[in-house]
Each structure stands twice: as structure tokens, then as C-alpha cells.
Design a binder for this molecule. Sequence first.
Ligand SMILES: Nc1ncnc2c1ncn2[C@@H]1O[C@H](COP(=O)(O)OP(=O)(O)O)[C@@H](O)[C@H]1O
Ligand SMILES: [Mg+2]
Length: 291
Amino acid sequence: MEVVSFMNMKGGVGKTTLAVNVAFTLAAVHEKRVLMVDVDPQFNATQYLVQDDRYLSHISDNSKGTIRDVFVPRSLGAVNTTTGLAKPQNKAKMDLSACILTIYDGAKPGFARGGKGRLDLLPSTLDLVEIQTSPRKTEDKLKHYLKEKAAHYDYVILDCPPTISIFTEAAILASDKYVVPMRPDPLSVLGLPLLERYIHDYTADAGQKLEQIGIIFSLVRTPTPTAMKNIMNDLRKARKSAVFESMSTLSTHVAESVEYHRPMIYFNKASSKVKEQYLKITAEFLKRAEK
Ligand SMILES: Nc1ncnc2c1ncn2[C@@H]1O[C@H](COP(=O)(O)OP(=O)(O)O)[C@@H](O)[C@H]1O
Ligand SMILES: [Mg+2]
């Protein structure tokens, strides 16, 4: 099992779109067993992958959990009417199978490609924000939970929020590697050393080694304006192999694919050129991650 975070301190740089599409393509094309963990209270990855009614019935079912239950034990269970004692229900120890939604299962008939690939989602919720004020050590819980409950996956992909918070800290501590989705504009490039220094400082304190898989350019305009090209070329020169060769360009179909809860490779309206980009990015991700 390898845990990989998609991380950038800036929002709107394509983190969620890349994380979801890479996770799905790993499962559907490369036959990997993948767990996508939505660590962002904005739950965009969850919204991308799950239809609203399915999500609503999941979160309103008391026997089901979300990422929130990894961080905080659920409130006391029902009071026993004879003893008067409340039975604590520690959902942090709740089994992962009660918290996930299966998004893709190649072993089930009806899935286009067959095979043993699988994508499960550990969804997020809006009320995750309440955890910001949780006691210390909450940030360790995701790491322990995944070690204990998710060892049977090939990859665990974490979609992170853009701000420094208990969730980014939890994701860093839980991760073996990380990817930096980046929009090639001057301000986003400025954020890169800040992110790297933050990760370096944070992991050094924890005695952890967190390897950067690479930087993926996203939301690249086509045709690409010269200024944007220069930014990309400069970063490639400075960072050499750290920058992915493959990238994702702007496509009007991304927003629609979110609405339809379809990853790009299965979204009929997406051009074959755009589908090809996500196939290439995922293949390159795999090559780098397995190195
Ligand atoms: N390749 C793309 N083409 C067009 N729109 C995109 C593309 N990638 C992402 N978007 C859109 O840009 C916005 C930000 O992307 P998102 O993946 O949510 O970024 P982040 O997670 O970094 O905030 C979203 O509305 C998303 O649908
Ligand atoms: Mg996001």
C-alpha cells in the first residue's frame, strides 16, 4: 500500500480533478485497488464521484461513516435502559467497509473494462470543519487508521484542502509521497517553494520522509500563450525531471464530467485528446510512484 497526497496550498489549481481522474484511471485501466480519501471539508472529490442521492443516503445512515469518523469518535451511543449506561461507540475503530462507497469494481458485471481494479471512496462531509478545534494528536489518526484498515489497497490517494490545517497535517503524516498539481501562472509558481518548505519542516519534525513524485501542470491554456509557455519551460529547466512530461489542458468538459459524476476517460463528450491526457498522466504517475 502506498499513500499519495495531491497537495498545493493554492485552491483552483486542479488538485481534485487530477486526484479523482488519476485514482479512477489507476483502477479502471491499470487494475489497481485504489482508495480515494477526501480530506477536504469542501468535499469536491466526493461530489465528483458520487451522485447526490447516494451520498445523502450514506451520510444519513447511522451505521455508515465518513472521514469525520476517522478523526473523532462518534458521540455516546444509546443509553442502555436497564443499566442507564451509555455505550460508547468509537467510530474511529469502525471498519473501513462501513465508511466507503464503491465507485468502480472491475469484478462486477456491467463495468466496461472488467479486471480486478477497484475504486472505493472514503467520503468527506461539510461538518468536518468542526474538527479544526479538536484535541492534539487528532492529526495522527488518519495515518493510524489507514495503516490498520487500508493495507489491502495498492494505492490510497488523498485529495487535500488548499489551506494549512489539521487536515493537511493529517494527510502529510499519512503519506509516503505527494504530487503537486500546478497552474502555470506566476503566482502559483511562487507558492511551490513555500509548499515544499512547509512539508520539509513539518516532516523533519516528525522524522518522516515524504517524497515528491512530481509537479503536474494543469489548466494549461491551448493554444498556450507565450508567457505561460515560458513559465513552464523555466520550471522544467529549474526542476528537470521533477515536472511531469504529461499535463492537463483546459477543457470545457471537465465541469460537465463533474456534474455527471463521470471521470474523463468514461465521459463520452470529452475529446479523445483530453482522455489521452489523463491516461498519460496516470501512466506517468504509476511509473514515478513505483520507482
Ligand atoms: N483541465 C481542466 N479544464 C477545465 N476546467 C478544469 C480543469 N481542471 C479543473 N477544472 C475546474 O477548475 C476548478 C478548480 O479545479 P479543482 O480540481 O477543483 O482544483 P483544486 O482542487 O485545486 O481547488 C474546478 O471548477 C474544476 O472543475
Ligand atoms: Mg480541491
